[in-house]
Ligand binder design. Structure first.
Ligand SMILES: Nc1ncnc2c1ncn2[C@@H]1O[C@H](COP(=O)(O)OP(=O)(O)O)[C@@H](O)[C@H]1O
Ligand SMILES: CC(C)(COP(=O)(O)O)[C@@H](O)C(=O)NCCC(=O)O
Ligand SMILES: [K+]
Length: 246
């Protein structure tokens, strides 16, 4: 099966035989799908005798462009009804819960039955979701790391665009760049730790699963967390196996 997941920054293109191992690459979401399909390294996407293509994401206009570009392929889109049965929730309105959040929650629910999970997805935006007793209980949405750094630069005259070092940061910055490093790293480290502390008041045993473009370098600053690079793809695969729209 081929899986295409459209995030706000990057689109994941993956292929799997067993739903456990994913051969994946990513391209910037701003690139038109017709151009992506022509890239030399991605011929498997548009090869003849192709496999079914699962399509999902959080950018409606780009999803529409993918549907058009894949018009002759066997495209499968996930069925919200299956998600609701697999991960009951009170999100309102239910359809507004982001596709990427659903995939990660589904993977946590189906791969770790009987475990509560705090699912952290550090992408364009950061989401921190609680799955407890098999139900999605709600979560938090925060600006992402790159977006926050860009916001400081674009919203001011004197702040440069900074490339973040790997956390932890020093407590006190003594030049503009170090002060931004200290500010942004502590902002997110405190936000993540705070959410974990709060969520564990109701789910003391909850495990912490962390994924997304910024997850790998942040995982060490979240003690006890498990880096799950393919959590979204795993959930997407399980979702498509469980139910597709007619
Ligand atoms: N090669 C990369 N291109 C873009 N962003 C990257 C890359 N590697 C890491 N990142 C980080 O990943 C974050 C975006 O995460 P990603 O999972 O790609 O987003 P989304 O799923 O929202 O498209 C950004 O905050 C950025 O700092
Ligand atoms: C919160 C998100 C922007 C995260 O997207 P991402 O950073 O992975 O591109 C996305 O899940 C989304 O658009 N959600 C819809 C609103 C919601 O979940 O309530
Ligand atoms: K995200």
């Amino acid at each position: 099966m081929i899986l295409i997941s459209v995030g706000n920054t990057r689109t994941l293109l993956a292929r799997t035989q067993d739903g456990v191992h994913f051969d994946s690459t990513s391209v910037v979401t701003s690139l038109p799908p017709t151009e992506i399909l022509q890239q030399p390294g991605l011929t498997w996407l548009s090869a003849p005798n192709r496999e079914p293509v699962a399509l999902g994401g959080v950018v409606p206009t780009v999803l529409a462009a993918w549907r058009e570009a894949l018009a002759t392929a066997e495209v499968r889109e996930p069925d919200p009804g299956f998600f609701r049965r697999a991960v009951p929730h009170d999100y309102h309105p239910p359809e507004s819960l982001g596709f990427d959040r659903r995939c990660c929650l589904l993977a946590a629910a189906m791969d770790f039955p009987g475990h509560d999970s705090i699912v952290i997805d550090m992408g364009t935006a950061i989401t921190i979701d609680l799955l407890a007793g098999g139900h999605f209980r709600g979560g938090r949405i925060l600006p992402g790391i790159a977006m926050s750094l860009r916001g400081l630069h674009e919203g001011t005259a004197l702040l440069p665009e900074v490339v973040l070092n790997t956390p932890p940061a020093e407590m006190l910055g003594n030049d503009t760049s170090s002060a931004i490093q200290a500010g942004v790293i502590h902002l997110f480290a405190d936000a993540l730790r705070g959410a974990i502390t709060d969520y564990r008041q109701s789910s003391p045993q909850a495990q912490i699963l962390i994924t997304g473009g910024d997850a790998e370098c942040w995982q060490p600053s979240i003690p006890g967390s498990f880096y799950q690079p393919h959590l979204l793809l795993r959930g997407f695969y399980l979702w498509i196996q469980g139910g597709v729209l007619p």
